[in-house]
Design a protein around this ligand. Structure first.
Ligand SMILES: Cc1ncc(COP(=O)(O)O)c(C=O)c1O
Length: 365
């Protein structure tokens, strides 16, 4: 049994082979098709495809105008990418506490961390479970902050009937190898404002506005770059893989959600296990199934002995010296960090695998 699962559908192989045969492997029509399909099938708002989740986050901060001396609020319960992109803009990461019942950033803690320098807030949907987005967007609107959702875990999640990817000014997804849907590597930046999307299209490719550039006798089109751009575009080979994998995504997501529902049912009340809270107004994408357990290392050893892999996936990131070292003002984070661990929840699991996961935990450790 694997902890993560990389799914490559037959359609992904077919479309990728076709891209290779045509020789068109750079950015082209497949990227446009992939963007249109993400909007149509998953409700993404103005998606702009890029070459990773990290570059989507970085581009969003650049578009939000985050720069030196600005502060950006984020949770420590995430992967380092969320914090590093803030440093890349010369800004300061400010860590807010999480709700230990979900692993998601706590709106009250965001309020307490806001200063006149705060420019943006980056909620992370831990394990794919949506944060309190109405509250977070209301706080942000009241303080003129940009909201940049890190939805790397949350492909297909919904909040109050609306898809993640259409809730905040910016939402960033990852299509890296072990995510729900992979392009090999890739990402998408969704923008509520069409003008942000237009700017993202330009700045994902060096800041060159292809639509406005003029052909010239010299062989290079004439253009003027007015803001720093990046080489962040997705290419057609990756988009072909993504398009193919998108076709069976709804069934694969449903399978993950069914496995998670089974775990929730069968693990409720097991001594030493606390399940994360699940409110009725939101649906998790179930990228991880995180539990809170007592004596975590014993738990991991016992499951491993039964052939069940488990992992914390990511510990809090603020301990890294690049972020200034461990904070002691995040009690929810400290509690969660000491107990959280995830068990396999992907569509590659058989029913017998799921039985083994539940059985191993129920036996105790
Ligand atoms: C929460 C979170 N944010 C951002 C990223 C970065 O995504 P990518 O690897 O596509 O750059 C990851 C990847 O694991 C992640 O887990």
């Amino acid at each position: 049994m694997n902890f993560f699962h990389t799914h490559i559908s037959p359609k992904a192989v077919e479309y990728a082979t076709e891209a290779l045969r045509t020789g068109w492997v750079s950015e082209g029509p497949r990227v446009k098709q992939f963007e249109a399909a993400l909007a149509e099938k998953l409700g993404f708002c103005n998606p702009v495809c890029v070459n990773s989740g990290t570059t989507a986050l970085h581009l969003a901060l650049a578009l939000a105008g985050v720069g030196p001396d600005d502060e950006v609020i984020l949770p420590a319960q995430t992967f380092v990418a969320t914090g590093l992109v803030i440093l890349m803009q010369g800004a300061k990461p400010v860590f807010a506490d999480i709700d230990p019942a979900t692993g998601n950033i706590a709106p009250d803690s965001i309020r307490r961390k806001i200063t006149p320098r705060t420019k943006a807030v980056m909620p992370v949907h831990w394990a794919g479970y949506p944060c309190d987005m109405d509250e977070i967007n209301a706080i942000a609107a009241g303080h003129n902050l940009a909201v940049v959702e890190d939805a790397a875990h949350a492909l297909g999640a919904t909040y109050r009937g609306r898809p993640v990817g259409a809730l905040s000014r910016f939402t960033c997804f990852s299509f890296q190898a072990i995510k729900h849907l992979t392009c090999g590597d890739g990402g998408a930046l969704c923008c509520l404002r069409p003008e942000d999307a237009r700017e993202a299209f330009v700045r994902r490719w060096f800041g060159i506005d292809r639509a406005k550039s003029q052909p010239s006798i010299l062989g290079e089109r004439l253009y003027d770059i007015s803001a720093v751009g990046y080489k962040y575009h997705l290419n057609d080979l990756g988009a072909a893989v993504g398009l193919g994998n998108l076709e069976d995504f709804p069934q694969r997501l449903a399978r993950r959600q069914a496995i998670a529902a089974r775990y929730s049912r069968e693990l409720a009340g097991v001594p030493g296990v606390t399940l994360l809270r699940q409110d009725a107004d939101r649906v998790s994408a179930c990228w991880l199934f995180t539990l809170l357990v007592e004596r975590r290392e014993d738990f991991i050893r016992k499951l491993a002995a039964d052939g069940v892999p488990s992992s914390v996936v990511h510990l809090r990131i603020d301990h890294n010296s690049v972020f200034g070292g461990l904070r002691d003002d995040l009690p929810g984070q400290a509690w969660f960090n000491a107990r959280q661990v995830a068990v396999p929840v992907h569509e590659g699991l058989t029913d017998a695998d799921c039985e083994r996961v539940v059985g191993a935990i129920k036996e105790g450790w």
